[in-house]
Design a binder for this molecule. Structure first.
Ligand SMILES: C[S@@+](CC[C@H](N)C(=O)[O-])C[C@H]1O[C@@H](n2cnc3c(N)ncnc32)[C@H](O)[C@@H]1O
Length: 451
């Protein structure tokens, strides 16, 4: 593999005699891994019947023996799993060792798109917790939102801000994950672009940008809350040096993790490093810190949308498994937002401070007395289990996902969930012999489906 000369020198300096084994590992294929969604169980899925191997540091992680065409698996579209590089799944272990996930938590994923780590966080959070997924680059927000909708955790807000815009949320979050943009050295094996773009100057730029992001992230953390910093690089300027800088310039102390020796993760002066010659995955770095001082933002406030009148709330109840968990609001353009009852103060603060953001879990909208359910509701784990549904074969599920017409015999008139192996794919509306497919057009499968 053609590696930049200065990168070789840097890695020889870090790894010494191990360098040649490291270089050899870059010639090997990148393992394909998925992380299962613990809240979306597949009744019978071929993909997981293969000889999968568990990822040691994440109980939901699986190595696949080969890379399938994920687009052709309806379970992928239903959010039953996320295709994620194995090393980065370590975030779950690090935060499980530090936070109590039985508590209601306020969590911010500051550099979130396309949502790999946001969905990982969503898997750990309980139904009383709030997850804000922020992405500064506008074009990356839609895929992030789509991945979150698929994952099904209802208590999320997606925002599109520079971390430095968030000063009014000082001391608000129990956990801020900062998966920073980096020089990407850990991706050299699978991404030739990362190799070609690497230079010592770009490392300097990344390191300075990371400091700026870390400074903004630090401010958002509540006292006794945590900041988790990660990159997909080996570079010490971006990793240990920035981690050390954080502890010197802000009120944070590093948390040491308990890591079994056979995981082969390398402990650094600050943080933990994954190397591809030692662990089955790509290069990855993580450090986690506890905030030692400051004051927690206690928030009070009203959500600025109108409450849905009780008569209409009654009509909404059948759509949700636990409607009592939510308060319902109507946005000016008509969308109904379900906000967890214990989180209305938090939502009001986020909706006020962050101007460029979604409004939370939009479950649909009324047209007169009729309720039109949203796609977000269809894929949410908060949806009722008792709604009319039809179980589709794989062939029909793929047709549905191409937004084509499928014929459903003896279906009752009205809203019908399209389901595959126990997983909701979206809504259809049956009117006599007609079936309207409500899959959002932007989500449809565009590739040809082989016979
Ligand atoms: C390593 S990627 C995040 C990957 C994501 N956490 C995941 O697991 O799927 C870093 C993200 O930071 C965003 N980013 C770029 N510049 C930024 C900045 N100045 N502040 C915050 N985020 C930035 C990038 O657009 C990118 O989406």
């Amino acid at each position: 593999m053609n590696l930049p000369e200065n990168f070789i020198a840097q890695m020889q300096h870090i790894l010494g005699a191990e360098y040649s084994v490291f270089a050899e590992s870059l010639e090997q294929e990148t393992p394909t891994t998925i992380r299962l969604n613990p809240r979306k169980k597949v009744t019978n899925e071929v993909l997981f019947d293969q000889n999968t191997e568990p990822v040691k540091w994440n109980a939901d992680g699986r190595y696949l023996p080969q890379r399938p065409v994920f687009t052709l698996d309806p379970a992928f579209h239903a959010g039953a799993y996320y295709v994620q590089e194995a090393s980065s799944m370590f975030v779950a272990e690090a935060i499980k060792q530090t936070l109590d996930f039985d508590k209601p938590l306020r969590v911010m994923d500051l550099c979130a798109a396309p949502g790999g780590k946001t969905t990982l966080l969503a898997s750990l959070l309980n139904e009383k917790s709030l997850l804000v997924a922020n992405e500064v680059i506008k074009s990356r927000v839609a895929p992030l939102k789509e991945n979150l909708e698929k994952w099904g955790f209802p208590n999320y807000i997606v925002s599109n801000h520079d971390p430095e815009d968030m000063i009014d949320l000082e001391g608000f979050f129990d956990l801020v994950l900062t998966d920073a943009p980096c020089s990407g050295e850990g991706l050299f094996r699978k991404d030739p672009k990362a190799r070609n773009e690497w230079s010592e100057d770009s490392v300097q730029l990344c390191s300075a940008r990371q400091k700026r992001i870390l400074q903004a992230a630090a401010m958002l953390v509540a006292p006794n809350g945590y900041l988790c910093y990660s990159t997909c690089t080996y570079n010490e300027k971006e990793n240990q040096e920035n981690a050390k800088w954080l502890t010197q310039t802000a009120d944070f102390e590093e948390v040491k993790l308990n890591i079994p020796a056979d995981w082969n993760i390398t402990e650094k002066s600050f943080g933990y490093q994954f190397y591809p010659h030692k662990t089955k995955g790509e290069g990855f770095y993580l450090a986690i810190f506890r905030k030692t001082q400051g004051s927690r933002a206690e928030v009070r406030g009203k959500v600025k949308f109108n409450r849905v009148p009780q008569k209409k709330v009654e009509l909404l109840k059948k759509w949700l498994a636990n409607p009592e968990y939510f308060e319902f609001y109507e946005k000016p353009e008509g969308a109904i937002v379900a906000i967890p009852t214990n989180l209305t103060n938090e939502y009001s603060a986020i909706l006020r401070v962050l101007q460029k953001r979604s409004s939370g879990f939009e479950i649909g909208q009324f047209k007169g007395e009729d309720f039109i359910p949203s796609h977000d509701l269809a894929l949410s784990t908060a949806i009722s289990d008792d709604l009319p549904h039809v179980d589709l074969s794989k062939e029909d599920a793929l047709k549905f996902l191409k937004k084509e017409q499928i014929s459903v015999e003896n279906a009752p008139n009205g809203w019908l969930l399209a389901r595959y192996e126990g997983l909701n794919l979206g809504f259809m509306k049956v009117i006599g012999n007609r079936m309207n497919n409500y899959l959002p057009k932007e989500w449809r499968i565009r590739m040809d489906i082989p016979e």
